[in-house]
Design a binder for this molecule. Sequence first.
Ligand code: 13P
Length: 253
Amino acid sequence: MRRKIAAGNWKMNTLLNEGVTLAEELNTLLDGIELYDDKRVVIAVPYTHISSIINVVDYKKIAVAAQNCSQFDNGAYTGEISALMLKSIGVQYIIVGHSERRQIFGETDDIVSQKLTQCYKNAIFPILCCGESLNERESVKHLEIVGTQIKNALQNVDTFNIQRTIIAYEPIWAIGTGRTATPEQAQEMHAHIRNTIADLYTKEIANEITILYGGSVNAANSANLFAKEDIDGGLVGGASLKVNEFMQIIESL
Ligand code: 13P
């Protein structure tokens, strides 16, 4: 089902006490807000914080996500965390294939595809990230690059599981730079992603997919981005660490 989602990606920020306080504050601020099934607030917090935060937030208001998971089931993979482990502590969403994981940790489209499989096996909603570099945009290859990322990631995804997948378009040049894609640039890419999904599956399925925009989303630009036809919300980094600003972004949904 296509939903409006405001998702915060805290990345590797906050100590446990700070993260719990931030989540509690958000939970309190959301008291006055009606969130129906078609609108969701998600926070992707560090692994170390997940259990504590799940205990202090109302699950009807805030879903807790992980920022990554292993592509493997279990076994001799020192330092890795499986999707099943995350499921066992109440995680509902996992960010998969964030550009920071692709660029810094060498995640390939194949690894991303395996991580998606782990999410589906454990009934967790993946938030599948895609996005082009500045160089790729400047050489006008952005639509092709993102289209290929989506096709490769979804290579083993059937019609049932695609409907449990959230996509986040995050142009790399907009992440943490203060340089947001214009609503028109983002809309163009979101429509392209939806068309790619329509080609791979059906138009009806493509219309039901939630596609988020990420990259320097803040309280000042979120309403204009979210007003676009194919933009169903945001995946917010830096601004999700400031509770009042994140609330304004949620309200602009
Ligand atoms: P910023 O909002 O800090 O640019 O980060 C975006 C992002 O990477 C969210 O996943």
